[in-house]
Design a protein around this ligand. Structure first.
Ligand SMILES: Nc1nc2c(ncn2[C@@H]2O[C@H](COP(=O)(O)OP(=O)(O)OP(=O)(O)O)[C@@H](O)[C@H]2O)c(=O)[nH]1
Length: 420
């Protein structure tokens, strides 16, 4: 007995239409079948399970589209056999393609010397290790499972920004970032890191589709890390020309407003707290009047250095006015920003700044505002921090004030700031 589907599969092998004997029909492509049955000694049982029979022969075997049948043979008793035939050509073709992709990737991995090719899972954790990762970053296999922040200095990025990059890669097809990176031994280098989503991912789960269409555990993103330390000078020079304040070396107004707009835009997509500190040197006119304008400049330069040393690399420090600085702190709350600002205030007040051997006393005041994940425009945040700064000055200077929402609009209520 033979069913129509099996007959259809066997027909191309037996052009005279004689399908009465399975072994005869398959003689040319699976001559071992008769032998398999004759050596099967048990009275019943599975003789072969999913045996692949390649129908392409000779040079055709290497054809891109294999024709493969799967055969399972069950011995029912001494007189009867049952055969199950199915066409597995597509499955075999996919498996072959996957093996080919693996071979390609391996060839790439062994011949590339100045790139690290890092596979990331859908949460941004390193999913596989290879020698290129060790060559560029020094990380051993134990890096597998760690978030890709492991390649960046601790304070150079936030978990939210790392997630932003994966989202950006999903939306645009890639996300590129140049900046400081860190090796396993703690030494820093300048890197260019491109993240791209790998194809065939299930958009809902982020998981990659396997050969059978089901998700598997393969990487969801590919991250290519290049050591571009030799280009760092040229990149920084270009960056400085556009984004640096010529006097203090911190960011200029453009750097601040561009970075702040970008961060608040990202907040709109993935809410997280963001804090803003406006900082102003107290009675700076007196510094200029007593010590001269060049000494005033030196004091501002010194203040810029203190700010850079106090805040994280991920914070955006900029001079936004004559003796006024602004700091944007991604993923920071009002309280967190106030602690750092207070530390800076104490540092400045504790020791005079020495210019050409002359000690110059200086204090600073700061106003802080924060968005707690709510969608705030930058000008609103700026206005709030400015009101808090004004309050700090009004209350005697050399202090930090935070903007807090007024309890109600009643005129008898206290002003919407609090001292730290
Ligand atoms: N040396 C120097 N001084 C500057 C620079 N930009 C602004 N200034 C001076 O900073 C002073 C700011 O004075 P004011 O706005 O009256 O403020 P202040 O004296 O600091 O007083 P408060 O802010 O109220 O504590 C002015 O004397 C400006 O000339 C600069 O680039 N270098």
């Amino acid at each position: 007995m033979i069913n129509p589907i099996s007959a259809q599969l066997l027909m191309p092998l037996q052009r005279d239409g004689n399908l009465l004997n399975l072994f005869g029909a398959l003689e040319s492509v699976a001559p071992e079948l008769r032998h398999l049955c004759s050596v099967f000694a048990r009275p019943s049982g599975m003789i072969c399970d999913g045996l692949h029979i390649h129908l392409n022969s000779g040079s055709q075997r290497a054809a891109r589209k294999p024709q493969v049948l799967s055969l399972s043979l069950l011995k029912l008793d001494d007189q009867r056999l049952m055969a199950v035939l199915s066409d597995v050509s597509e499955q075999v073709r996919r498996e072959r393609q996957l093996r080919q992709n693996d071979a390609w990737l391996n060839a790439l991995l062994t011949s590339i010397t100045d790139y690290a090719l890092v596979g990331l899972d859908s949460d941004g954790r390193v999913s596989e290790w290879n020698t290129t990762i060790e060559r560029v970053t020094g990380h051993a296999e134990s890096v597998v499972g760690r978030p890709y922040s492991v390649f960046y200095p601790d304070d150079a990025t936030t978990p939210e920004q790392l997630r932003d990059r994966l989202r950006e890669a999903d939306q645009n097809g890639w996300s590129l970032k140049e900046g400081p990176s860190v090796r396993a031994d703690g030494s820093q280098f300048w890197s260019s890191a491109m993240i791209s989503p790998l194809p065939d991912r299930d958009p809902d789960t982020g998981a990659e589709a396997g050969a059978n269409g089901l998700p598997d555990d393969g990487p969801a993103y590919c991250m290519v890390v290049r050591d571009i330390s030799d280009k760092r000078d040229a990149i920084e020079k270009r960056h400085k020309a556009v984004f640096c304040d010529h006097l203090t070396g911190v960011g200029n107004r453009r750097a601040f407003f561009e970075a702040a707009e970008l961060e608040l835009n990202r907040n709109r997509r993935a809410p997280r707290p963001t804090a803003l500190i406006l900082l102003d040197a107290d009675h700076f006119k007196r510094v200029n009047d007593r010590h001269g304008h060049p000494a005033g400049d030196a004091v501002l330069r010194h203040l810029g250095q203190l700010l850079t040393a106090t805040f994280r690399q991920v914070d955006v420090v900029a001079r936004v006015g004559g003796e006024e600085f602004a700091v944007l702190l991604p993923s920071s709350t009002l309280e967190g920003a106030a602690i750092v600002a207070e530390r800076l205030r104490q540092l400045v007040a504790a020791r005079p700044i020495v210019v050409d051997g002359v000690p110059i006393e200086l204090t600073i005041s700061a106003g802080i505002a924060a968005s707690d994940g709510e969608q705030l425009q930058l000008d609103v945040l700026m206005k709030r921090a400015d009101r808090a700064l004004y309050a700090a000055k009004e209350q005697g200077r050399n202090r930090i004030a935070c903007w807090t929402p007024p309890p109600s609009a009643h005129p008898d209520n206290p002003p919407p700031t609090r001292d730290v």
